[in-house]
Design a protein around this ligand. Structure first.
Ligand code: SF4
Ligand code: F3S
Length: 112
């Protein structure tokens, strides 16, 4: 089992999650984070920290695609262990549907 970051992180990227992860398994894209599914120890402490409710356990329905999505980008984006300011449009975009199609960027973030 693992936890994964899902659609509502995109264009928000609050980063509260990285402060609590005991194994530093969050990776940063330009406008979202992902979790490395093989590094996550399933502790669950990050899930309630996300203001956008974007972190889900893979035991929920239809999470297989998100697990592979998180793995794909965790392998190429830099690790992030320090909280940063949310993206400027975070409040406006929080809760929008279809964010992956509308806003997702494959570009890496800065990490750190
Ligand atoms: Fe890190 Fe625990 Fe969240 Fe996994 S569930 S990403 S180990 S805080
Ligand atoms: Fe994204 Fe929530 Fe973390 S919006 S950056 S998963 S706190």
């Amino acid at each position: 089992m693992t936890y994964v970051v899902t659609d509502n992180c995109i264009a928000c990227k609050y980063t509260d999650c990285v402060e609590v992860c005991p194994v530093d398994c969050f990776y940063e894209g330009e406008n979202m984070l992902v979790i490395h599914p093989d590094e996550c120890i399933d502790c669950g402490v990050c899930e309630p920290e996300c203001p956008a409710d974007a972190i889900r356990p893979d035991t929920e329905p239809d999470m297989d695609a998100w697990v592979e999505f998180n793995r794909q980008y965790a392998l190429v984006w830099p690790v992030i262990i320090t909280r940063k300011d949310p993206l400027p449009e975070a409040t406006e975009r929080d809760g929008e549907t279809g964010k992956r199609e509308k806003y997702f960027s494959e570009a890496p973030g800065q990490g750190g």
